[in-house]
Each structure stands twice: as C-alpha cells, then as structure tokens.
Design a protein. Structure first.
Length: 244
C-alpha cells in the first residue's frame, strides 16, 4: 500500500501531512481553524458522540470540608512513595481522587453494615426496588453486590477491616486504599476528569488503546497543534550557510 511521506498508509489520517498543508492555507481565525482541523483530521473508523449529563440528588448534611488526619497521612505517604497517575503514568500535578466514595457522602453510609459484610457477619443484603429504593422483602447473597467487590478490592490493597471503627468512617474514606492518584486533568478536567464524565467513559482511558484511536475531539485538536508546532520547528531547522 502507498504511504505518505511520514510513513503512514495513504488511507490513514496523518496529522503531520495535514499540518504541512495548513501552513499554505490562507489565514483564518482560530475558531474556524479548529473547525477545519476537526473536519480534516476526523479519525478513521470513529464517530463522535456528544452528550450532556444532568445530575439531581441529595448530599447528607456534613461539616465543612477539612483534611482529616487520615487524608493528610495518605497524601504524604503517596508522594513519598513516588506515586504516578493511575491513567497516564505522570508524576506531576497529581491529586488524590476518592475513587469509591465521595467524602461528602460518608454520612449516608451504614458503616456497621460495611464492616459486617467485610468480616463475614452479614451474608445477605435486602433486595431493593430500583425506583423507590425500598426493601422488597427478599434477601440475596452479598457476593452478588458491588459493595462486596469493593470490599474485596480494599482487602487486596491491605485495608484492615478487623481494626476498622465504623464510628470513624474517614479512616476508610480517606485511606490509601480508597485513593486513586490522578493527574489534575484526569481528575477534574473537561471531557476527561473522573468528576466530569460518566464512569464508563472515564474508565476507557485506563485501558491500553489500539494504535491510532483518538479518545476525544480535544485530543485531536491538541495533536494537531503539536503537529503544526513540530512542522514549524522542522521548517526552521534547515542548513545554515556560512558567511563568505
């Protein structure tokens, strides 16, 4: 198959080729350039999906947010251990993400039940109506519930449920086992952060992606900008003639 001058198959979108071409285009404003870039660089075998998520729920009342001694210890220990972003592997601009339960939700959880499940004292949980959240009268084994899987994960990471005091939930919520270290952009950034997109979309970023797959339009634009910058640098690196 024929290849472009950068080595990609001719039927693939090459950002460097497009960047070179754009150097010869008439000047256009930034927003128009972005529109052109999105159209010209549309990834092969992909289609865009745009959506808006509306959330409406209650937080339990709680005191003002402060860093608990457990959270302070968790942060210091993580940084001392040289943690990396769990998605990108970056070591800079890291933030500790409460990956399993928001700090503000801790007063809504029955922590005695959590410990009971963890130590084997509770072996069944109520089956609930998904619309009213009221018990149906039926019971089901804990092994089928997500809280059981979360507890297994915490145990795998070394959390001591035998020593856990349900009256001090921050020792669970702010523990090292509860944290996922993320680059600030993967924590709170638009279209990428754990607090900005839905779980299934966020989690895709944790998987190794096939070569050429582009996650989102903003990455497409960033790659285009990088290609243009690299092309400009290359065009300025020609041989320098010696003075006569």
């Amino acid at each position: 198959m024929d290849k472009c001058r950068h080595g990609l198959d001719i039927d693939q979108a090459c950002s460097r080729c497009v960047g070179d071409a754009m150097q010869t285009m008439p000047a256009v404003d930034h927003h128009r350039m972005v529109e052109l870039a999105k159209g010209l660089l549309a990834p092969a075998n992909e289609h865009e999906h745009a959506d808006a998520v509306h959330e409406d729920f209650y937080y339990p009342n709680h005191d003002g947010r402060t860093e608990s001694p457990t959270f302070v210890k968790t942060k210091h220990a993580g940084k001392a251990a040289g943690v990396r972003c769990a998605i990108t592997g970056q070591k800079v601009k890291l933030e500790a993400h409460h990956g399993f339960l928001e700090w503000a939700f801790q007063n809504a959880v029955d922590w005695h039940a959590v410990k009971g499940i963890a130590v084997g004292a509770i072996k069944e949980l109520p089956v609930r109506d998904p619309y009213t959240w009221l018990p149906t009268g039926e019971m089901a084994p804990v092994e089928g519930y997500m809280i059981y899987w979360i507890i297994l994960f915490f145990k795998w990471r070394g959390f001591d449920f035998e020593a856990f005091d349900p009256s001090k939930p921050e020792t669970f919520v702010d523990s090292p086992q509860a944290m996922i270290w993320l680059h600030e952009y993967l924590h709170r950034g638009k279209n990428h952060g754990a607090h900005d997109v839905t779980g299934p979309i966020f989690l895709l970023q944790a998987f190794p992606l096939v070569d050429g797959f582009v996650f989102s339009p903003d990455i497409l634009e960033a790659q285009h900008r990088a290609a243009c910058a690299a092309s400009q640098e290359t065009s300025h690196d020609g041989p320098v003639e010696k003075a006569a």
